[in-house]
Design a protein around this ligand. Structure first.
Ligand code: ATP
Length: 309
């Protein structure tokens, strides 16, 4: 549905996006995650046709975005960062204006009704936008993005600047929209991705450092780390045969340690168990450690920094 191929964007000397590629299939809700300045907004502006890439291409439903065709524009709804809204207009008039720009003509009334019901703003249609809370403004922003009922939604940091309750409400709304639309949502907040998306693409310094189903990402990266607790006469250093050993502690004769296998996510539990058995150790605990996405995210963005250093 969305195909991004070898995208590069330079702003003068600055390479904001450095050769990224990914595909998003119909029905996916994808989190585009990265720290500030990673290149998220730039990528989204290219996908929506607001910005031209330096090189590379974007296909929306198999059509090149640079064709600038009306059918491509109509298939995308875009919520930019800091949604520009007309403060003096009331909500209805603003949506009416957006519907006119979208050339909805005869379908305007129904479109406004559908979008405002979906976004929970039916009660504030006669209120001036300038008087609304930030949460409600964001709902209005989402309503303008879906006014023409596009199959694809591109949302740039949709919860920035909201309070915790508004954040929860907007995430719920996005989840609801995600039931019928393909969504690409940018954020630098991990829980946002965990709560609303089924896939995550991590971008850092213009490069994609991970692209995975959220559970698979957690599994792939955290799968290998093993915690062991044992009692016996073997020196903890003996476990170095399985990988890097750290966090060694001893309490009442019980030794616990952490092993990070040299080959990343390989499962070493069986080998560790056999080693303990053959060495006559009392194995008290042996488990693969689950790390939080937060740690994984930090690790992924750190790896890039280390490679660059
Ligand atoms: P944030 O979360 O802070 O919005 P982002 O991931 O959306 O960040 P971008 O806004 O795409 O990142 O910026 C990527 C890089 O490009 C940054 O180094 C930024 O300073 C630079 N950049 C963005 N827009 C411009 C511009 N118009 N002119 C020059 N440099 C720019």
């Amino acid at each position: 549905m969305i195909s991004v191929r070898s995208l590069i964007k330079d702003y003068g000397e600055i390479r904001a996006v450095n050769g990224i590629s990914f595909e998003i299939k119909s029905g996916e809700v994808v989190g585009f995650l990265g720290p500030n300045g990673a290149g998220k907004t730039t990528t989204m502006q290219i996908i929506t046709g607001y910005l031209r890439p330096t090189s590379g291409e974007v296909l929306i439903q198999d059509r090149d975005i640079s064709e600038n065709h009306i059918s491509i524009k109509n298939s995308i709804g875009y919520l930019p960062e800091n949604t520009p809204l007309y403060e003096d207009l009331n909500v209805y008039d603003f949506l009416d204006f957006v519907a006119s720009v979208r050339e909805l003509n005869g379908k305007k009334k129904d479109s406004i009704k559908r979008a405002s019901e979906l976004c929970g703003i039916s009660d504030v249609l006669d209120r001036p936008i300038g008087e609304l809370s930030k949460g409600y403004r964001q709902r209005v922003g989402l309503a303008q993005a879906i006014i023409h009922d596009p199959p694809i939604l591109i949302l740039d940091e949709p919860t920035t600047g909201l309070d915790p309750i508004q954040i929860m409400e907007i995430r719920e709304l996005i989840k609801r929209l995600g039931e019928e639309k393909t969504v690409l949502l940018s954020t630098h907040i991990l829980p946002e991705v965990e709560q609303t998306c089924n896939r995550v693409i991590v971008i850092h310094k213009g490069v994609i450092v991970a692209d995975s189903d959220i559970d698979e990402l957690r599994e792939a990266i955290s799968g290998g780390v093993v915690r062991v607790e044992y009692r016996g006469s073997i020196n903890p250093d003996e476990f170095r045969r399985f990988g890097k050993v750290s966090d060694i502690t001893e309490k009442d004769g019980n030794i616990s340690l952490k092993i990070v296998p040299a080959e990343g996510s390989v499962d070493i539990r069986e080998a560790v168990y056999r080693f303990c058995k053959d060495s006559d150790l009392v194995l008290l605990e042996l488990y693969r450690e689950k790390r939080s996405l937060e740690e994984i995210f930090r690790e992924l963005t750190l790896e890039v920094r280390e490679v660059e250093a």
